[in-house]
Design a protein around this ligand. Structure first.
Ligand SMILES: [Zn+2]
Length: 405
């Protein structure tokens, strides 16, 4: 342990294991609020893993809920707060497992490749040893960072002109670290847009979501599915990798991509899979579907899956799971989507998937059930323009006597 070199797979006890890396070291600097953990040999460790040192540093930040900063020119990689070296080494093991080792043969000689399928992007590990390509869990927050700062070898140009190089000069890296002021500004800008957007959304959606159309689609969906009798009521633990929920999540992720072409067939297939697992009526299923089916393009994806959502969101409890799924998706997986929260909620509301009372209640109560408290707050704060619109729409309706809808 004192020796400076360890096996990349620390669970492998073989002295002759080929894949080695320097043991990660740390140095605490500063004090009080400014205390931070510098990782002096981050770039050496990262090089041994063939990953940019920004990925590992950012990963620590995601896992610890801490701000990170990098100054690549001066080779400084920093996690805010005081963190124990052993804790960081354990987290590095997790990073290695999730983002380096081939899922199939556990060899660390892999390369990260970004795959663009339709509008969705996936990150996979391309194994030099066995040739397998295995997927990364796209729910992890780091994937957003990787997509924004793709591995250098991959020159797949993104059309978005984000133009930000990985790192910067020691600036805090932004994601999750936005000041409230910036956030408020964004929300206000969003609110200003909302009226036109709402009108737009309504137009786009009316074709798709008239009650008849929805009913018909749901009927079609039902018709093509064999009716089955439901199992018991216990929800099972989602921690369990073999729980039906995990199985469904994995299945949706693995079969993503095809959906871009024929979302209707895809929606039916998802429902069938849930049914096969006996969980199509469970509220937790909604949570899994939202987290795994939707990507940062949720606004374009949503209309395609209204029928599925209508089918699986059958009670207030289900709606809460749906909102929980949105919190995870927006708050953790794709923080860039936070400003889009009002539009997402609007879309769900206008599709009659979400009810006014439920979403209003949700907006008033910060909850740690699905995400941490800060994220929960942030998502709710972002939803304010929509909630306000809802309230005003309600007031208008009250003025219209005789219309009891
Ligand atoms: Zn392999």
């Amino acid at each position: 342990m004192a020796s400076g070199i360890v096996n990349i797979r620390r669970d492998v006890d073989d002295k002759f294991y080929r894949y080695r890396m320097p043991l990660l070291t740390t140095k605490i600097e500063g004090k009080g609020n400014g205390i931070k953990t510098v990782i002096p040999n981050m770039s050496d460790v990262a090089r041994a893993l063939s990953r940019p040192p920004t990925y590992t540093t950012k990963f620590f930040g995601c896992e610890l809920g801490a701000q990170t900063s990098f100054d690549e020119k001066n080779d400084r990689y920093i996690v805010n707060g005081a963190h124990d070296a052993n804790r960081l080494r354990e987290l590095l093991d997790v990073f290695i497992d999730k983002f380096v080792l081939c899922k199939s043969c556990k060899n660390p000689e892999t390369e990260l490749v970004i795959l663009k399928i339709g509008r969705s992007e996936d990150i996979i590990r391309d194994c030099k040893a066995c040739g397998e390509r295995t997927g990364i869990d796209m729910r992890h927050k780091l994937t957003t960072f990787i997509l924004k700062n793709p591995p250098v070898k991959i020159k797949k140009g993104k059309n978005k002109n984000t133009g930000d190089a990985a790192g910067g000069d020691g600036n805090a890296d932004g994601a999750g670290g936005e000041s409230d002021d910036e956030l408020t500004k964004k929300i206000k800008a969003e609110a200003a847009d909302l009226n036109t957007d709402a009108a737009l959304a309504k137009e786009d959606w009316s074709a798709d979501t008239s009650p008849e159309a929805v009913k018909q689609r749901v009927k079609a969906l039902e018709g093509s599915l064999a009716a089955t009798v439901l199992g018991g009521d216990d929800e099972g633990s989602d921690e369990d990798a073999n729980s039906p929920y995990s199985q469904l999540g994995r299945w949706i992720e693995e079969n993503r991509g095809d959906g871009a072409e024929d979302s209707k067939a895809h929606a039916i297939a998802i429902y069938k899979k849930a049914e096969e697992l006996g969980i199509e009526k469970k509220h937790k299923t909604v949570l899994i579907v939202v987290q795994t089916l939707f990507t940062e393009d949720i606004l374009t994806e949503l209309p395609k899956y209204v029928a599925l959502l209508t089918k699986i969101v059958t009670s207030e409890k289900h709606q809460k799971s749906l909102l929980g799924g949105i919190e995870v998706l927006v708050g953790l997986s794709h923080p860039d989507l936070v400003p889009a929260v009002p539009k997402i909620l609007m879309a769900l509301y206008q599709a009659d998937v979400l009810e006014e009372e439920v979403v209003t209640q949700w907006g008033k109560h910060v909850s740690k059930k699905y995400v941490d408290k800060d994220t929960s707050k942030k998502v709710r704060k972002a939803s304010e323009p929509f909630l306000k619109w809802l309230e005003e729409a309600e007031d208008d309706e009250d003025d219209d006597e005789g219309d009891d809808e």
